[in-house]
Design a protein around this ligand. Structure first.
Ligand code: AMP
Ligand code: MG
Length: 484
């Protein structure tokens, strides 16, 4: 076989799992594929040379019209708790092509989002509209540049088909790259089938793929549960550090690999307010900013329930060991959160008052309606700290405590500020900038989108010419929607 000039190296390990876990699914034929954006930087990291495609071929491939060699398209079965209610789901608008082996040996899922109906589509059309796919592209790539575990976006192409939503929209397909698409909901699905062998096979697969070091442990399934809980704690702490609100933390959107997955109604907070919710369907605020750690623990409890029969033959013992891990979660999360907050405040050492110091800053930000992102940048910039917002007594008092705390570490201020600027982003995907770039893309003007992507690819690198990207914009009443 001649090697593929683009470099696709497919394995189809998921497709080899028992047939209960997936179904064959072919991307639908579409009229007029056209590339909107290709991620050459990511392609390079994956060992793919997308320049080997003509624009027409790239469009055909990423619209699912010409499948890469070695791929085997399937839809994955899964279940999930959606806003607390359990449902059997599955990939209703996604098709997994298989796993590509990167030059470093990592296996990554290649998935199309929006390529038409699958056996799991229920009443849906399996399609996606351009706006939501570009939104996922922008925000997932921003998260990656912020150093936060996430699925990636390789391409968005128009299909030339219409998609019927509240308005007629242009159809598009996103190519998503993920460590895997194993979800808490995948385990809930296997558990709901009440097929012990299926569940065990799935767990062994997940352990081998994402936690290989645990494979030899005596109770590897409990160790697996603990390791997933640890990654989720670390992940949600990272979200909190940048003001990211996922918006739809259903158990089918919780990755076993610990990546941020399923960018729907997510958005970044501007003014610090723990109660912030953007999603139009989250009327009760279940997935608000402040609720994210607690919801993560709730989701992990659902994960534990699905694993119980593997944890111990004695159900009581299984529950007890799962509860032990679940009860550790708040402390695990808090450890990750505080470690990150110390970094944001430029602290190297640990003192018992640090948590209070961090919380008092947040308390002031809430009261003063200060911008979450900009405040941390301003702390490391005396010129900006001379602004009116920071002249209030409450802030000055806090600043005095922080300055004393830093003095006890004794580092030169310039070093502290440089450290802070390496972890506190100058640029996040501001809601109005995201909307503006998507609106322009709808008019086939890709300049704002491409500039936004360029800025977000270097979030810590403040440049005078990018000043407008630090402006919060007015997001009173800003609402986000699931991309359905
Ligand atoms: P999400 O909100 O993207 O996590 O999707 C929740 C569930 O709805 C998943 O099982 C999706 O596959 C399914 N779904 C979402 N949109 C569509 C659609 N347009 N057609 C079919 N299924 C869909
Ligand atoms: Mg989902």
């Amino acid at each position: 076989m001649t090697p593929d000039p683009v470099g696709w190296t497919f394995d189809n390990s998921y497709a080899r799992l028992p047939a209960d876990l997936h179904a064959p699914a072919k991307p639908m034929a579409v009229r007029a594929p056209k590339v909107v954006v290709l991620n050459h930087t990511l392609a390079d990291q994956l060992g793919l040379n997308l320049h080997a495609y003509s624009p027409e071929t790239a469009a055909a491939v990423f619209a699912g019209q010409e499948l890469p060699p070695g791929s085997q398209p399937i839809a994955q079965a899964y279940a999930g708790h959606q806003f607390g209610g359990f449902t059997m789901l599955g990939d209703g608008r996604a098709v997994l092509l298989g796993e590509h082996r990167t030059p470093s040996g990592q296996l990554v899922d290649v998935q199309f989002k929006g390529p038409g109906p699958t056996p799991f589509s229920r009443r849906g059309d399996g399609r996606a509209a351009l706006g939501p796919m570009l939104r996922e592209y922008v925000i997932s790539e921003a998260m990656a540049a912020l150093g936060i575990p996430t699925t990636r976006s390789l391409a968005v192409v128009l299909t030339g088909e219409q998609v019927y939503r509240s308005q007629v929209q242009r159809g598009a397909v996103l190519t998503r790259i993920a460590a895997s698409h194993l979800r808490v909901g995948t385990f809930q699905y296997a558990a709901a089938r009440q097929d012990e062998t299926l569940l065990r096979t799935l767990a062994d697969y997940a352990i081998a793929r994402h936690y290989p070091a645990l494979g030899e442990l005596p109770n590897k399934y409990l160790a697996f549960f603990r390791a997933v809980a640890e990654r989720q704690a670390a992940l949600v702490a990272r979200w909190m550090h940048v003001g990211f609100i996922h918006g739809v933390m259903n158990t089918d959107n919780v990755s076993i690999a610990g990546e941020t997955i399923d960018y729907g109604p997510c958005a970044f907070m501007n003014a610090y307010d723990p109660a912030t919710v953007f999603s139009s369907i989250d009327t009760a605020g279940r997935y608000s900013y402040a609720n994210q750690p607690g919801i993560t623990q709730w989701n992990l409890a659902r994960f534990a329930e699905s694993l119980l029969t593997l944890l111990d033959a004695d159900e009581e013992k299984a529950v007890a060991s799962a509860m032990e891990v679940l009860n550790e979660f708040p402390a695990t999360y808090q450890r990750h959160w505080l470690a990150g907050m110390r970094l944001k405040l430029g602290l190297r050492t640990e003192e018992s008052g640090d948590e209070q110091l961090a919380n008092d800053l947040l308390g002031w930000m809430h009261a003063a309606k200060a911008d979450f992102t900009n405040t941390f940048r301003d702390l490391a910039n005396p010129e900006l700290l001379a602004g009116e917002l920071y002249q209030a007594g409450a802030f000055k008092a806090w600043h005095g405590r922080w300055t004393e705390r830093l003095a006890r570490e004794g580092d030169p201020t310039a070093d502290v500020f440089a450290r802070m600027n390496a972890v506190n982003p100058a640029y996040i995907p501001r809601n109005h900038r995201v909307e503006e770039s998507l609106a322009a893309a709808e008019r086939d003007d890709l300049a704002p989108l491409n500039e936004l992507l360029e800025v977000l690819a270097s979030p810590f690198d403040a440049r005078p010419e990018w000043a407008k990207y630090t402006m919060p914009g007015d997001d009173v009443g800003y609402r986000t929607f699931c991309g359905t």
